[in-house]
Design a protein around this ligand. Structure first.
Ligand code: GDP
Length: 245
């Protein structure tokens, strides 16, 4: 007996333990039934041909790593699912670091290296912005080092803005998008927790996000089922590809 891909992903997500423990022990616990779960995990991880290494946490611009390889920033309100998405993209280490007390108010930098251990990309995980705090402008509320990072960081190639697909478009997210647009920074809006909605509601909410933020596209993703993760990798790889030649 097999599972549908989304059921398998959900089952895997809800099991306790690290991904590597699950892969090691599932065959003993569930026998051949777990085969499709492992295949699903493998398919998603195929895109993870990078080794991820935590570089540092920065609380001021002097701490930023030397700009070398292209950087991709991850931004979103607290609880939007940023740690879960980072986990789905590059593994548990990144999500754990990003949720460590003290590092939640910092920019956490992760370096992705290829098979030959050459650094290829840096992912920067920015502090989640709060619910009530954002009243005037995002840049005024954020610690001073975040604004210069987004505005001036020369190697920043793409900002991935996470918005929750399950709630109406938020003014704070709109301000961030507006600000990045004003800076002329390339950005991609990613709509999280897409698994929580059925087809119609998903389409409706995506349209609401596009319309509220003046976007041509918003990419729906689910860290829980893996939906959209491949597409997101494709977008990330498109950014770093020119540097490989
Ligand atoms: P962060 O504060 O932005 O890092 O958010 P987390 O990754 O810690 O997630 C916040 C909450 O949303 C947690 O309860 C997660 O289990 C839940 N969550 C995150 N991603 C998903 C998803 O893709 N689907 C569902 N259903 N829940 C999610």
């Amino acid at each position: 007996m097999g599972y549908r891909k989304e059921e398998a992903a959900s089952l895997f997500h809800n099991l306790p333990g690290s991904d590597s423990d699950k892969i090691a022990f599932l065959p003993f616990v569930h026998g051949s039934r777990c085969f499709c779960i492992l295949r699903m995990v493998y398919e998603n991880r195929r895109h993870m041909r990078f080794q991820t290494q935590f570089l540092l946490s920065a609380v001021n611009a002097a701490h930023f790593p030397t700009p070398t390889v292209p950087e991709i920033a991850f931004l979103g309100r607290s609880n939007v699912g940023k740690s879960s998405l980072l986990n789905a993209l590059v593994g548990e280490k990144a999500a754990k670091v990003s949720q460590t007390p003290g590092r939640t108010r910092a920019i956490n930098f992760f370096q992705l290296s290829d098979e030959k251990r050459r650094p290829r990309l840096i992912l920067s995980d920015l502090p989640g912005y709060g619910y009530a705090k954002i009243s005037k402008s995002i840049s005024a509320e954020w610690p001073k080092f975040i604004e210069p990072y987004l505005a001036e960081r020369e190697t920043l190639r793409l900002s991935i803005c996470l918005v929750d697909l399950n709630i109406p478009p938020q003014a704070s997210d709109g301000k961030l998008v507006e600000w990045l647009r004003h800076l002329g920074r390339e950005f991609l809006v990613v709509a999280t927790k897409a698994d929580r909605l059925s087809g119609n509601a998903r389409t409706r909410n995506l349209a609401a996000i596009r319309s509220a933020f003046g976007l041509e596209e918003a990419l729906p993703v689910s860290a829980k089922t893996g939906a959209g993760i491949k597409e997101l990798w494709t977008r990330i790889e498109a950014v770093h590809q020119p540097q490989l030649q």
